[in-house]
Design a protein around this ligand. Sequence first.
Ligand code: AMP
Ligand code: MG
Length: 349
Amino acid sequence: MLLLLSGCQNSTSKQKLYQQQLFSFGTLIDISILSNNEPLALKAFDTLSADFDLWHHDWHPWNPGPLSRTNQLLALQEPFSSAPSILPLIEQARQLSVKTDGLFNPAIGQLVRLWQFDQLENEQHTFTLPAARNIKAMLEASPTMGDIIIDGIQLHTNNPAVFLDFGAFAKGVALDRAMKKLKNLGIKNALINAGGDLKVAGKNNGRAWRIGVKSPQAAQPQLAAARQQLSVIAVIELHDGESLFTSGDYERFFEIDGTRYHHIIDPRTGYPAAQSHSVTVLAKDAGLADAASTALFIAGPEGWQKIARQLELAYVMLIAADNTVYLSQAMSERIQFLGDNKIVIKDIE
Ligand code: AMP
Ligand code: MG
């Protein structure tokens, strides 16, 4: 959860701020462009609006489109030609999955579906826990990205449990591509904020983009009022081309008998990962930051440094289940932390 802290500056060379909101990937996407060329900014909004619609359609795991078709064809266990919009995601996700020791595992789409998070927007739905035997069956089938055999543009798998869900990663890829589009259009200064996950280009009228990171506690409705003063738990400045992604247990969840079940599933247990409240990763590549925040969340306070090292990350903040804040050394030098949590600073190298 993040928000933009607006900064104002009196300068004659000040560029105008153009903002547009669109809905994609299940979230509001705020696009801010600084420019003195209004037609160009408007053209950029139109372009990105069409692009986000297309990516959302192409990369949805079960709504009809190229990814759901890929999932159907994988289940047949016969080689087929990959859709061009899917192959690069599979290739990048495979590498990231290996570097996270399989904690980021987009092949567990069937396991994620057992948890019915696709029903969160359906007010009529009554949540029940998945049957333990179904979770056990998925763990035994153990689908991984390595089960997808790539031969040129041909794909196939011998593991019928493979079902791709890029929910932990696609938004990052989309932000990388969207920012590249803006650059190609000649826009140098912009911020795209997709429900708190964001990427910036250039500067905010001569200054770094200043971002507030919201407290996971403040994001919980029942605690929000009591902890209003903590709603922004940290402030950080982002420089040209940097991305900031957060995975949290407060983002998508349901509760049964007072126990929270959230959407980040530990592929080793089949259950929501229990060691973290949130993980924020800063990196240039938004696809990397997105996959990494999910993987480090699952790794928790004991395991995050190893995975961060393998991903060559520098900037990590992990808020553990007991509210201890773990900062990488580099992150501690950049982030301004406002909460009164216990802070532990660790080297990644
Ligand atoms: P994020 O908010 O980026 O951490 O992504 C969470 C989403 O990724 C979930 O809603 C699922 O669709 C999917 N997901 C859950 N667990 C995993 C996992 N271990 N590896 C990859 N994707 C996952
Ligand atoms: Mg993610």
